[in-house]
Design a protein around this ligand. Structure first.
Ligand code: DHB
Ligand code: MG
Length: 222
């Protein structure tokens, strides 16, 4: 086995043992693929991690930036108590439609609001409406705007809020200070800003496996 094959096999082992799909999660993956959405949702064990983080902070209000087919939304929403709320943002009407059906099928439709539109506009609207404070925020949309998304999410946080950012390593491309790729530029801007931001305790970790070599930032508001 190559290293990459081993990483993927171990991911499958962990997924099957500790983050197995029920019918609704399996149907979510199938419906998302059938609708032509890109297969870039978090893995089962990453979904389970988001679920555990939400449980750990006893989240009742969750914000997600980047809905896609609603796969991570299902994991997150299933950590919410009755009356809890997940607001998830996406610009793609097709994704929003598929996600709506997926979260409804998973039995968490009553807890999930899907907002269609550019995330920046939706975030500003949420702020104007006095939304939050959110207990957990998962940022998993276009990477070039990672910093403005983080700043807006932080403004709707409270001490103890967790902010998680997906895809911050990009197979090591994060190291390329000379990159002109807007995603890398945006992610490096976020790292630079976080390095001196006094309002959060923060780290990042690398991930390997089904989603290849990537990573997440995790921050806790002071
Ligand atoms: C991409 C985006 C994601 O959110 C992800 O988890 C994997 C890949 C991408 O744009 O390539
Ligand atoms: Mg992602």
């Amino acid at each position: 086995m190559t290293e990459a094959t081993t990483y993927t096999a171990v991911d499958r082992y962990i997924d099957e043992k500790l983050a197995p799909h029920d019918d609704a999660l399996g149907a979510c993956v199938r419906a998302s693929a059938e609708a032509g959405l890109r297969p870039i949702a978090v893995t089962p064990s990453q979904g389970k991690l988001l679920h555990l983080l939400a449980l750990s902070v006893c989240a009742t209000r969750i914000l997600e930036i980047g809905t896609l087919g609603g796969y991570s939304a299902i994991w997150l929403a299933r950590a919410l108590p009755a009356g809890g709320r997940l607001v998830t943002l996406d610009v793609d009407p097709k994704a929003a439609e598929v996600a709506r059906a997926n979260v409804d099928r998973a039995g968490v439709g009553d807890r999930v609001e899907i907002r269609l539109g550019l995330a920046m506009g939706s975030l500003d609207a949420l702020a104007r409406e006095g939304a939050g404070p959110f207990d957990l925020v998962f940022i998993d949309a276009n990477k070039d705007d990672s910093l403005p998304y983080f700043e807006r999410a932080l403004a709707m946080s409270r001490p103890g809020t967790l902010l998680v950012v997906d895809n911050v390593v990009r197979a090591g491309r994060i190291l390329d200070a000379a990159s002109t790729d807007p995603d890398i530029v945006g992610l490096r801007r976020l790292f630079d800003w976080l390095a001196t931001e006094p309002r959060v305790d923060v780290t990042a970790f690398q991930t390997v496996g089904e989603k290849h070599h990537d990573g997440m930032i995790i921050a806790r508001v002071r």
